[in-house]
Ligand binder design. Structure first.
Ligand SMILES: C[S@@+](CC[C@H](N)C(=O)[O-])C[C@H]1O[C@@H](n2cnc3c(N)ncnc32)[C@H](O)[C@@H]1O
Length: 284
């Protein structure tokens, strides 16, 4: 099974490349160090132009997670499927924050090496090999780096859309166990419906082509793994024992530095962002 998940890992380089069009700290350095462009090109049948709309959505996703982490005043953060995200490097600059990056063993090993090349070791930045779908859970339930009695935030961008319903269910169970112990919130933009994806197909065929290439390379269709509709999603979340607050990614519109670099107007990207949400999940 880990083999099957490992096939998802190269997509981390695709989104890393997309983020280098933004002003996100370390985005350009990381993209260059891992030569993300070479991998990204494999996902773009019609050249780099294909990324034009995908890149601002990835920037919005990253900034929206940060915005909610700040809104919920989280000081203990566990990030799932970190890939090559720079969030841990940035947020651990605040010594009051404990940040744990996690991913599959191969990917988190690579990430740790990369972070070591870019900055000095910080005592409040940790790395953990975690398959988010594992049962029994591999989450750091009793790790000494987390303070008991203080809530934690679990952040996760770019994982759940690849997972089947039973795999998602296991991630929800693992997160639930963690939040039962510490309290806190789970922040993720990874929940979507077939309805929304169909709208995206019509509105932005280039992004749809990228998603098709991802499905081919990973053997996992993010469309098939989406919820049928909003009711299906709500019902699933309630059954897993969570409550949901949702926010539109369009809230990030005025912070998207990649728009100017890519020559896109806010009006062009607005419909794409309006159809995408980010969620804060808490225990019901
Ligand atoms: C699209 S990438 C997103 C990476 C990162 N979150 C970002 O936005 O740049 C998907 C990530 O999920 C990780 N992954 C795949 N299966 C996983 C699993 N079962 N548990 C934890 N991480 C997993 C991959 O290694 C990869 O880093």
């Amino acid at each position: 099974m880990t083999d099957s998940f490992d096939k998802i890992s190269p997509t981390a380089l695709l989104v890393t490349y997309a983020r280098q069009f933004s002003d996100i700290p370390y985005a350009a350095e990381i993209s260059e160090l891992v030569n993300a462009q070479a991998i990204a090109e494999q996902y773009m049948a019609e050249g780099i132009e294909e990324l034009k709309h995908f890149a601002p959505v990835m920037e919005a996703r990253y900034k929206a997670v940060n915005w909610l982490l700040a809104t919920f005043e989280c000081r203990q953060i566990l990030e799932l499927a970190s890939g090559l995200l720079p969030r841990g490097m940035v947020m651990s600059g605040n010594p009051e924050i404990t940040f744990v990056e996690s991913d599959l063993p191969l990917m988190i090993g690579q990430k740790r090496e990369l972070v070591d090349r870019l900055m000095v070791t910080r005592p409040n930045l940790h790395f953990a090999a975690i398959d988010a779908t594992a049962s029994p859970s591999q989450f750091p339930l009793n790790a000494d780096y987390f303070r008991r009695g203080e809530p934690i935030a679990i952040a996760c961008e770019g994982l759940l859309q690849y997972l089947t319903l039973p795999e998602k269910q296991q991630v929800f169970a693992n997160v639930r166990q963690m939040l039962q112990q510490y309290g806190g919130v789970w922040i993720t933009p990874d929940l979507t419906t077939k309805q929304r994806r169909s709208q995206l197909r019509k509105y932005n065929p280039a992004t749809e082509r990228i998603l098709q290439a991802i499905a081919q390379n990973t053997g996992r269709s993010t469309f098939d793994n989406s919820f049928e509709d909003a009711d299906h999603m709500q019902q699933f979340i309630a059954e897993q024992g969570f409550e949901l607050q949702s926010f539109r990614l369009s809230e990030m519109l005025d912070q998207l530095s990649s728009l100017a670099r890519l020559g896109i107007s806010p009006a062009q990207i607005q419909p794409l962002l309006a159809g995408t949400s980010i969620f804060a999940l808490t225990l019901a």
